[in-house]
Ligand binder design. Structure first.
Ligand SMILES: Cc1ncc(COP(=O)(O)O)c(C=O)c1O
Length: 472
């Protein structure tokens, strides 16, 4: 049973000399694991500080990639004891792994609320899923996409007509923009591609209304659920979305797999995405015939461990009470964004304002310090992991920050992103707030120099542990 305490009473304790943070008892409210079976591998691991000593790692970078669920690791470990390549092996382990590999499509379909006749095609990640979908679009397709998308959803549509929509100033404006764009698009197949939750602002997009708008104009809708899936339950059949793409590594299954689920027709008619073994039915001297879905787009020896990991995460997350998880997360992220916004010199960036429904992803900037210096100091002095840059969403970050905020030559932008996940505790959030308050007022406690484009403390006693036999 999770107990919440009032986080707003006093400030946590920060030593003015060393900038070290000691959480008060009241700052620590247990939120990880949130529910039985949601134990996270590596939770509570300590990391070294640049000045010496160590502290529990505050991983606030779940938006980039999430650590494995314990249940995922244990299932993969068990499968690896009996690992063999799938499909054409007659051995017991090969047949066992084939059953696991094929059986994994069902928990994944259920997790995304797929229809019985939707194709479930394994990929490497969301990027790969959208490139596969782009490959399968019929000739003459018009793709409609907002400039706010992650590059993985914004860019794969080369070779097709693309209508790029400006960032809408409200969810309703997003729906209007799609309605107008599908009406104006030339005759022929049309596809609207949209994220479920922004990887920059965390804001949740009105997918069901967007799907209605797309369908009313004869378009299909592809949902980028890379960020939504780890945070909120959803169903593509209830949304009316035609396709969904997601990544295992953001869903507590970091073993190199992803998935594309959706309408089978375009996928079945397209030539194989990759050409090679596994996708072939017959190979003659002068001609080749291809297998039907899903093998058609899964050429090469597949990633059995990754697929098992993804299906296990889907199964485990589906068993948990998703509304309780979202509730815990929204308390943490509300605390994070509202307190950050109260710090003088800090701006929290959003498209639709603080009242918009969001997942636990918060992007902010400090007036007085570059984002990469803030991120380095958070790591070196506070043991906090965040991300800085433009988060593979350069057009959107340019829009939010303006050109001046994106002054680096590669246009990579200068924002800091803190993102919450199942292992996040109240102490992690309080530590970040304490650190940003201090950085905004006094700057970093240490002196920094740039090494390989990243600020690093001039004096740094941290050493990386030797985790691989080929290191050290
Ligand atoms: C919203 C969104 N879409 C797509 C992607 C791409 O995911 P991947 O790098 O796993 O392909 C990301 C990754 O950050 C993302 O946040």
């Amino acid at each position: 049973m999770t107990t919440f305490v009032d986080l707003c009473s006093d400030s946590p304790i920060v030593d003015a000399e060393t900038a070290q943070f000691t959480p008060r008892q009241a700052d620590v409210f247990p939120v990880g694991p949130h529910a039985p079976g949601l134990d996270i591998v590596g939770a509570g691991t300590t990391v070294p500080l640049a000045t010496g000593g160590s502290i529990e790692y505050a991983n606030l970078d779940h938006g980039a990639s999430a650590p494995a669920l314990r249940a995922v690791k244990e299932t993969v470990d068990a499968v690896l004891e009996r690992y063999a390549s799938v499909h054409r092996g007659a051995g017991f382990h090969s047949q066992l792994c084939t059953s696991l590999y094929e059986g994994a499509r069902e928990p994944i379909r259920q997790f995304v609320g797929g229809r019985a006749d939707d194709a479930v095609i394994y990929t490497r990640n969301t990027t790969d899923s959208f490139n596969l979908l782009a490959h399968c679009l019929p000739a003459g397709t018009t793709v409609i996409v907002f400039e706010t998308e992650h590059h993985a959803a914004l860019l794969p549509w080369r070779g097709h007509r693309v209508i790029r929509l400006a960032a809408p100033d409200s969810p309703a404006a997003a729906v209007d923009a799609v309605e107008r764009a599908v009406a104006l698009a030339p005759e022929g197949p049309k596809l609207v591609v949209v994220t479920g939750a922004s990887n920059v602002t965390g804001e949740i997009w009105p997918i069901a209304d967007l799907a209605d708008a797309a369908h009313a104009g004869g378009a299909r809708l592809a949902l980028d659920a890379a960020q939504l899936a780890p945070h909120r339950p959803f169903s593509i059949s209830e949304f009316g979305a035609d396709y969904v793409a997601l990544s295992g590594h953001k869903l507590y299954a970091p073993y190199g797999s992803g998935v594309l689920v959706g309408r089978a027709d375009w996928l079945a008619e397209a030539p194989p995405y990759l050409v090679g073994g596994g996708a072939t039915a017959t190979v003659g001297d002068h001609s080749t015939t291809w297998k039907p879905l899903p093998e058609r787009h899964e050429a090469g020896t597949p990633n059995v461990a990754g697929v098992v990991a993804l299906a296990t995460a889907c199964h485990v997350l589906r068993q948990a009470d998703p509304y309780a998880l979202a509730d815990i997360e929204s308390r943490l992220s509300e605390r994070l964004s509202s307190e950050l916004a109260r710090i003088p010199g800090v701006t929290v960036h959003s498209l639709w304002g603080p009242a918009a429904d969001s997942i636990g992803v918060v992007t902010f900037t400090l007036k007085s310090l570059p984002a990469n210096l803030v991120a380095s100091a958070l790591s070196a002095e506070w043991g906090i992991g965040v991300r800085d840059g433009a988060f593979c969403a350069q057009p959107f970050v340019r829009k939010l920050l303006g050109d001046a905020g994106c002054a680096s030559p590669d246009g990579s932008g200068h924002a800091i992103r803190a993102s919450i996940g199942l292992g996040t505790t109240g102490e992690h959030v309080e530590r970040l707030l304490a650190a940003v308050r201090r950085l905004a007022e006094f700057g970093p406690a240490l002196e920094y120099t740039v090494v390989d484009s990243r600020p690093q403390p001039v004096a740094d006693v941290r050493e990386q542990p030797v985790l691989a036999p080929w290191l050290g």
